[in-house]
Design a protein around this ligand. Structure first.
Ligand SMILES: NC(=O)C1=CN([C@@H]2O[C@H](COP(=O)(O)OP(=O)(O)OC[C@H]3O[C@@H](n4cnc5c(N)ncnc54)[C@H](OP(=O)(O)O)[C@@H]3O)[C@@H](O)[C@H]2O)C=CC1
Ligand SMILES: CC(C)(CO)C(=O)C(=O)O
Length: 334
C-alpha cells in the first residue's frame, strides 16, 4: 500500500486525497486552519463527478508530525505556490525515495525542488479541477478532473518514469485521471496562459468567470490577448507549438459554457475573498520574467502584475514585495 503525504489540504488537496484514499493508498494530510474539523469529522467532498463523499485520512498538523506515518512514496504539494514553499516539506522527504508531486498552478516552479531535492523524483502536475473549500473540511468540485503529469526534467531516468506511471495508475484506481506526458512543459504553458488570463482579472474585478464575461464586450478579447501574450513567451522559451489558436479557443469555451450553467470562481478570487496571499509571482511574475529574459514584450502581464501585487499588498501589507532568491537574477525582476 503506497504511503502518500498531501501537503495543503484545501480544495485540490482534499480531492486528490480522496482519489488516492479510494485507490487504497495510506493517505496522510497536513492540515492547517481546517485541522480540527478534518481530524474529528473527516473531509466531505461534494463533487459533480464523485458525488457526495465522506472520508477520513490520517490528519496531522505539521510535516514533522507526519513522519510517524512515513516514509512516503509520494508527497503531493497542494498548497498555493509561493516563493519558499519547497522548503516547507523538507522533513518529510526521504532522499532517493519520495517522489515530489507538484499539484499547483504556475510556471518554473520545479527548479526550487530540484535544487533542494536533487536525488528525488520530481513529478510536475497540471491541475484541471474546479474546486473550492467552501467550509472547513468541505470541498465543492465541478465537472472536470484531469491531472496531467510528467517528470521534471522530461528526460529523467527510469526510476522517475516508473514512479510517475505508478501515480497515474493510482489515480486511475481511485476513479481519477492522471494522463502521462513525456514532456509536461507545453501543458504547463497552456495552463499558465489560462491562469495568467483568468486568475488576476477575476480576482481584481471580484467577478466569477461567467460574470466577468458578461460584464462588457471588451472582457473576452482581453482574456484572449493575455493568452496570446503568454503564447509568445512560451514560444521564446522553446515551446512554439504549445498555446495555439485552437488551444486558446478550446480553453475559452469552458468558462463561456458556464454562462449557461453558472460561473466558477477562480482560486485567486477565493483568495481575495478570504484575505489570503495571492499566487501572483508563480503565475504572472514568473511568466513575465521569462518574457524579459527572452526579450519578449509583455504589456498585459506587466499591468496585471503591478495591479495584482498592489491588491495583494492592500490585503496583506506584512507580506510586502521583496526580492526572492531565484535562479534568474533579481535585476530581471519587474
Ligand atoms: N481551486 C482550484 O479550482 C484550482 C487550484 N489550482 C491550484 O492548485 C493549488 C492549490 O489550490 P487550492 O486547493 O485552491 O488552494 P487552497 O487555498 O484551497 O488550499 C491550500 C491549502 O494549503 C494549506 N497550507 C498552506 N500553507 C500551509 C502550511 N505551511 N502548512 C499546512 N497547510 C498549509 C492551506 O491552509 P490554510 O487554509 O490554513 O491557508 C490550504 O488548506 C494552487 O497552486 C492553485 O493555483 C489549480 C487548478 C484549480
Ligand atoms: C482554471 C481555473 C481558473 C479553474 O478553476 C484555475 O486553475 C484556478 O481556479 O486556479
Amino acid at each position: 500500500m503506497p504511503r502518500i503525504l498531501v501537503f495543503g489540504a484545501g480544495g485540490v488537496g482534499c480531492i486528490y486525497a480522496y482519489i488516492l484514499h479510494k485507490a487504497g493508498a495510506s493517505v496522510t494530510a497536513v492540515c492547517r486552519t481546517n485541522y480540527n474539523v478534518a481530524k474529528t469529522k473527516g473531509i466531505t467532498v461534494r463533487s459533480k463527478i464523485f458525488g457526495r463523499q465522506h472520508f477520513q485520512p490520517t490528519v496531522v498538523k505539521t510535516v514533522q508530525e507526519a513522519l510517524q506515518h512515513g516514509p512516503f512514496d509520494y508527497l503531493l504539494v497542494c498548497s498555493k505556490a509561493f516563493p519558499g514553499t519547497a522548503e516547507l516539506i523538507k522533513d518529510a522527504v526521504t532522499d532517493r525515495h519520495t517522489a515530489i508531486v507538484l499539484a499547483q498552478n504556475g510556471i518554473g516552479l520545479e527548479e526550487d525542488y530540484v535544487k533542494l531535492y536533487p536525488e528525488n523524483t520530481i513529478i510536475s502536475g497540471v491541475v484541471y479541477l474546479p474546486v473550492t473549500q467552501v467550509d472547513q473540511g468541505v470541498v465543492e468540485h465541478g465537472p472536470l478532473e484531469r491531472f496531467e503529469i510528467g517528470t521534471f526534467p522530461a528526460d529523467a531516468g527510469e526510476q522517475a518514469k516508473s514512479q510517475c506511471r505508478g501515480l497515474s495508475e493510482l489515480f486511475k484506481a481511485g476513479g481519477g485521471s492522471a494522463p502521462l506526458f513525456d514532456d509536461i512543459q507545453p501543458l504547463r504553458w497552456i495552463k499558465v496562459a489560462v491562469n495568467a488570463a483568468w486568475n488576476p482579472t477575476t480576482a481584481l474585478t471580484m467577478c466569477d468567470d461567467a460574470n466577468y464575461l458578461r460584464s462588457s464586450p471588451q472582457a473576452e478579447p482581453l482574456i484572449r490577448g493575455i493568452m496570446k501574450e503568454v503564447s509568445t513567451v512560451a514560444a521564446a522559451a522553446g515551446y512554439p507549438d504549445a498555446i495555439t489558436h485552437e488551444v486558446i479557443e478550446r480553453d475559452l469555451a469552458r468558462p463561456k459554457s458556464r454562462l449557461e450553467t453558472g460561473g466558477k470562481e477562480p482560486s485567486m478570487l477565493t483568495d481575495i475573498r478570504e484575505g489570503r496571499s495571492l499566487e501572483v509571482e508563480a503565475i504572472v511574475g514568473n511568466t513575465l520574467r521569462l518574457g524579459q529574459r527572452y526579450g519578449v514584450k509583455t504589456p498585459y502581464l506587466e499591468m496585471l502584475y503591478a495591479l495584482a501585487m498592489a491588491r495583494s499588498f492592500a490585503l496583506r501589507p506584512d507580506e510586502r514585495w521583496k526580492p526572492i532568491a531565484r535562479h534568474d537574477s533579481d535585476d530581471a525582476r519587474p
